[in-house]
Every structure is written in structure tokens, then in C-alpha cells.
Design a protein around this ligand. Structure first.
Ligand code: ATP
Ligand code: MG
Length: 573
């Protein structure tokens, strides 16, 4: 490729304000992407080349486990999405539109519906299973906060695979193959990832693993134990909790006390000279889908993990009641408690599993400026649901080995799910088993963010001054960057041209910087373009000598241009 004819619009502009991460700033400087709207980008040639390489690695690893490529439409009819209930459930992230006949459509955020309908129509017998198919396709999600360039886009590239099985063992087997394939993909992309158990979220199903790249700008919190190998996303992380009862503690009589202006846990703990973990915190929620009201109680020193809460009560979305709604219910903000609880609507009571064992705790009395002390679960109130709904704290005890838990920030680059029969039941996707009996297929789905991987790689590999990068071996945009120091010197230009032609002839992918620019600025651009091997044709061109630089090891050698091909072939072997 001749650089003067290629399009890599590097810029020395200071990248400001809205650019808040290294990778995005570097991408813009390197002329890789161009923003069109929030979360929507054009991929310019350099990014396009690398994205294709990531996709190609993904394809190879999918093919290795007998998963094969197809392409499904981006534009998908509303009625198909209604069959699984996802038209409603997906919420505002689903990009919706209407055709000229006012028929509803969406732009695919994933494609479980379409793939299941394809399989339903064409696969009838156990003999045709398992089947695993994937696509590398543009996805759309109207993210609430698109940010960090391709990291959280509203339009992005995802590889999504779907597998269909006649039984759960077979699904398990393919799920493990996918796990391994994902590890290979990340390894080949030079991206270190860790695996965490994850929540299945809106997609439904039974088991899921997320692949995370550790990074300061990650939006997920990873919880892990340094001693055993416990790893989880904060959304699902659990810990071993102590119940802070005193030795030989007796159940005391429920007592009402005046607590003027004490609406926070800190106020209460201070006033009663108790540790916050001896208090209870009450929070009210509503599920707008069915107007179910919830009163949730957890230890005063913890926050609610809403994912755990949703799973426990089997709800899709919950939101906090507003101050007005609390008042409308006849409740007193800051003094809510489960004892003598009365409200306009019925409330479902949800209690954390630590609080139900905490003797003599303190709670609001549903009256202004009053609290109960010596509240005890069972005697003073009951709950409809009891379970672990706490958000784990750093340094809580590991659920397996009780060592202290640590936190890190991570970027989710891939996720695999065992879906079971959620979609196949909704869409009636069945097969006939060996006894000619109709059965639902078991399904898995497996996503990987092709464009997000590129961002994560750049975030990890940007130099400290954020002016240069070296892409990983398999993602090198070109094998070699060939530069001429002074294009006005005929002998330099001629030698460079000769080298360019012979590199090409020998199947070596070369980017030839033939531009009439100062060498300093060519080097600066080359640093941004990320090729590891640099060949510089300069002063010794008359002697056929050039300089070859391996940027990753900072090794520089002088070499006769006649020997270059053999040298490189050896190097790339
Ligand atoms: P997140 O929690 O980051 O929103 P997700 O769990 O909703 O992601 P999945 O549905 O599991 O995402 O999608 C599979 C993969 O697609 C993710 O692991 C991620 O790499 C990528 N991905 C998801 N959303 C985006 C996005 N908005 N921009 C870029 N890549 C994305
Ligand atoms: Mg995910």
C-alpha cells in the first residue's frame, strides 16, 4: 500500500473534553475513526483493516468448533419480537422504526428470534442436531450513555453465535467449547482477559460467563479472591457474611423511642452508639410493569444489589419510589420500617438473609421522629421473600475460602450464555426425538464485541505518553512500515521503491510512506499506525544499506537491502 494514496488522516490536534479515555484519543489521533453522531462512527481504513483481522480470527475459532457463518437481517419485524415478549422487555435500548405502511421494525441488538425461527422451520429431527451458527454483523443499541468511542457505541460490530441441541449435556459440551474458543480469540488478539460468572440479565437462561479485560475505564466491577479462584461480576458476587449478634444475646422487648431528625443510618448509629451493621435500612420500590410495590430491608451498612433483588422477586425492572410517591403511600421518609407498616397499597416485603438473623436491630417506626429498637424478624415482622440482596463490599469474605475479596474494574469483551429453552418455548422450536416425541430444543448464545475488542486492546497498549502503539502480532495492520528519510534524494526514493516492489512480490504486506513530509512527522505517524517492523531508507541508500527497527524490543540493525526478504521471511515464520 502506498501511503500517499492510502487514507490515514492522522492529526496532531489536541483532543479535548468529551474524549476521556486513552484509546479513543489515540484512535482519533491515528485517523482510525470519525464520529458521525453520539455512539456512531465511521471506521476509516486503518481501523477497518484491524477490525477485519479480529473478525477473521473469530471466524477461524468458530469454525474450529464447528460453528458456521450466516448473515441475518439487521432490520427485523416487530411481530417477531413480540412473540418472545422482547419488544416490550428490551425497553428504550431497542432502536425502533416504522416502514411506509406504519409497520413496526427494530434494528437488531442481537438475533435470538430470527435464528430460532430459521432453525424451527428447517430442523425437524434429533439427527440434525447439534447446530451452531454465527454472524459478524452490525448491532444497534440506543445506549443511555454511549461513550469511549467504540467501547459503548449505539452502532457496533458483534459476533453473535447461537447453538441448538437436543439435550442439556450437549449444550454443556458446546458451551465449554465456546469458552475455550473465546479464550483462544482473546489470546490471539493479544488481550488478557479474566472470566467471571455473570448475571443472565434480560436475555434469560441459566448460566453465563463474562470475559473481562482489566482496565481503569471499565464499567464493570470484578470481584475476586487472590487465594482461591473465586471471580464474579459485582452484579452476582456473593460473600460470606457474619451476623453481628453479641455472644449470648437475648431477644429484647420491642421498644419505641423518640429519634428527632434522625433520618439516616449514620444519625441513628451515632445516637444509639451502635455500629451501622446493627441497624436496618428500608427502601421502597415499584415495578411499573404490574404496579407491584416492594419494601426491601437490608443491613444498614450495605447497599442493595438490584440485580440480585430482581432475580429474587422475579421482576424485570424495579425503580425507587419518589419522595412524592412515598408520601402518597402515607409513609414517612427516613422513618420507614417493617414493624407496624401500613401503606395505601399492599407492599411485598423482601428481607436480606443477614437481617433476618440480626437480633435486636433498629428500624423506622413509620411515624415522624420515631424508631423501634430491639426489632426481631419473625416476632415483629415477616417477609414474602428472604435472600441475599446485598452488594458485596471490597474486603468482605470470599464465599469459598473466606479470604478478603478484592475489586478491579473491567471491560466486558465477550459473554456466553446457556439459554435453555427460553426462546425455543416462546417460538415453539421443537424436534422429534428418537422415540418420535416432540421436544423443545436447548439453546446457547455467545456474543463477542469485535469493535469493543479493538478499543480494549488500544486502551491496554497505548504508550504512557499516548503518542504511540504497537498492535499485537496477529492484528498488525501491515507486516512492515517502509519509510524514506528524504524523498528528494533520488537514490533513497529509488531504493525504497525497489524494496517496496520486492516486498510485495514476496507476499509481505507493506505500507510504504512515500509522502513528501519531514521524516520527524513520518515517524510520529508511524508510531500511531502501530506496525512493529519499520524499515528506514536513508543516508546509506547508495550502499544499499537500510535500517530495520523492531519497535517492541527497540532493536535496530543495519542490513543490506538484498538480505531483507530472507530476514523478514525468517522473522515471520
Ligand atoms: P454491556 O453490559 O457492556 O452493555 P452487554 O452485556 O449488554 O454489554 P451482550 O449482549 O453480552 O452485551 O453483547 C455481547 C458483546 O457485545 C459484549 O460482550 C460486548 O463486547 C459487545 N457490546 C455490547 N454492547 C456494546 C456496545 N454498546 N458497544 C460496543 N460493544 C458492545
Ligand atoms: Mg454481556
Amino acid at each position: 500500500m502506498i501511503q500517499s494514496r492510502f487514507f490515514i488522516p492522522t492529526t496532531k490536534m489536541v483532543i479535548t473534553d468529551d474524549v476521556v479515555c486513552k484509546s479513543l484519543s489515540l484512535m482519533l489521533k491515528a485517523g482510525m475513526i470519525k464520529q458521525v453522531a453520539a455512539g456512531i462512527y465511521s471506521y476509516l481504513p486503518l481501523a477497518n483493516i484491524i477490525l477485519d483481522k479480529i473478525a477473521q480470527i473469530t471466524r477461524e475459532e468458530m469454525n474450529n468448533i464447528n460453528s458456521y457463518e450466516l448473515k441475518m437481517p439487521i432490520l427485523q419485524p416487530q411481530e417477531i419480537w413480540e412473540k418472545t415478549g422482547r419488544w416490550q422487555k428490551y425497553g428504550p435500548e431497542l432502536m425502533r422504526l416504522k416502514d411506509r405502511h406504519e409497520r413496526g421494525f427494530c434494528l437488531q441488538p442481537t438475533s435470538e428470534e430470527i435464528i430460532t425461527l430459521i432453525i424451527k422451520d428447517h430442523v425437524k429431527s434429533w439427527r440434525s442436531l447439534p447446530l451452531s451458527l454465527f454472524q459478524v454483523q452490525t448491532k444497534f443499541r440506543d445506549e443511555a450513555r454511549p461513550r469511549f468511542g467504540l467501547m459503548r457505541g449505539r452502532e457496533f460490530i458483534m459476533k453473535d453465535a447461537y447453538s441448538f441441541h437436543s439435550n442439556t449435556d450437549d449444550l454443556d459440551k458446546h458451551y465449554r467449547e465456546m469458552e475455550k474458543a473465546y479464550e483462544n480469540i482473546f489470546k490471539r488478539c493479544g488481550l488478557k482477559t479474566i472470566k467471571v460468572n455473570a448475571d443472565n440479565g434480560a436475555i434469560g437462561g441459566s448460566e453465563s460467563i463474562e470475559f473481562m479485560s482489566i482496565s481503569e475505564i471499565g464499567e464493570d466491577t470484578l470481584v475476586y479472591c487472590n487465594k482461591c479462584n473465586y471471580q464474579a461480576n459485582l452484579e452476582t458476587a456473593v460473600a460470606k457474611y457474619d451476623v453481628f449478634n453479641k455472644g449470648n444475646e437475648k431477644i429484647e422487648d420491642l421498644t419505641l423511642l423518640d429519634t428527632p431528625n434522625m433520618t439516616s443510618i449514620a444519625d441513628l448509629a451515632n445516637y444509639f452508639k451502635i455500629n451501622p451493621h446493627r441497624t436496618a435500612k428500608y427502601i421502597t420500590y415499584i415495578d411499573d410493569a404490574n404496579d407491584n410495590y416492594y419494601l426491601v430491608v437490608i443491613p444498614g451498612n450495605y447497599d442493595i444489589n438490584e440485580t440480585k433483588l430482581l432475580n429474587l422477586v422475579n421482576a424485570q425492572t424495579l425503580r425507587l419510589l419518589t419522595d412524592e410517591e412515598i408520601a402518597e403511600q402515607g409513609l414517612v421518609k427516613g422513618y420507614i420500617g417493617a414493624v407496624n407498616f401500613e401503606a395505601k397499597n399492599d407492599f411485598i416485603i423482601v428481607a436480606d438473609d443477614v437481617i433476618v438473623n440480626l437480633l435486636n436491630h433498629t428500624a423506622g417506626a413509620n411515624e415522624l421522629d420515631k424508631h423501634y429498637i430491639y426489632v426481631n424478624y419473625g416476632r415483629d415482622y415477616q417477609a414474602d421473600f428472604v435472600g441475599d440482596i446485598k452488594e458485596v463490599h471490597e474486603n468482605d469474605k470470599c464465599p469459598i475460602c473466606k479470604n478478603k475479596l478484592s475489586f478491579d474494574k473491567g471491560i466486558e469483551v465477550g459473554q456466553i450464555f446457556k439459554l435453555g429453552t427460553v426462546y425455543t418455548e416462546a417460538l415453539h422450536c421443537t424436534y422429534l426425538d428418537q422415540n418420535q416425541k416432540e421436544q423443545f430444543m436447548h439453546m446457547g448464545c455467545y456474543g463477542i464485541g469485535i469493535s469493543r475488542i479493538l478499543m480494549a486492546i488500544m486502551e491496554n497498549r497505548a504508550s504512557d505518553d499516548n503518542k504511540s502503539i504497537i498492535f499485537p502480532k496477529e492484528l498488525q495492520p501491515f507486516d512492515v512500515h517502509l519509510l524514506v528519510v528524504d524523498t528528494k534524494k533520488e537514490e533513497q526514493l529509488k531504493l525504497a521503491n525497489d524494496l517496496y516492489n520486492s516486498l510485495k512480490l514476496n507476499g509481505i504486506d507493506v505500507l510504504f510512506d512515500d509522502r513528501h513530509e519531514r521524516i520527524g512527522s513520518k515517524f510520529a505517524d508511524s508510531d500511531l499506525i502501530g506496525i512493529n517492523i519499520r524499515i528506514i531508507v536513508g543516508k546509506k541508500a547508495n550502499d544499499n544499506m537500510v535500517e530495520l527497527v523492531k519497535r517492541d524490543s527497540n532493536e535496530k540493525i543495519e542490513i543490506n537491502s538484498n538480505e531483507i526478504i530472507t530476514y523478514l521471511k525468517d522473522l515471520f515464520k
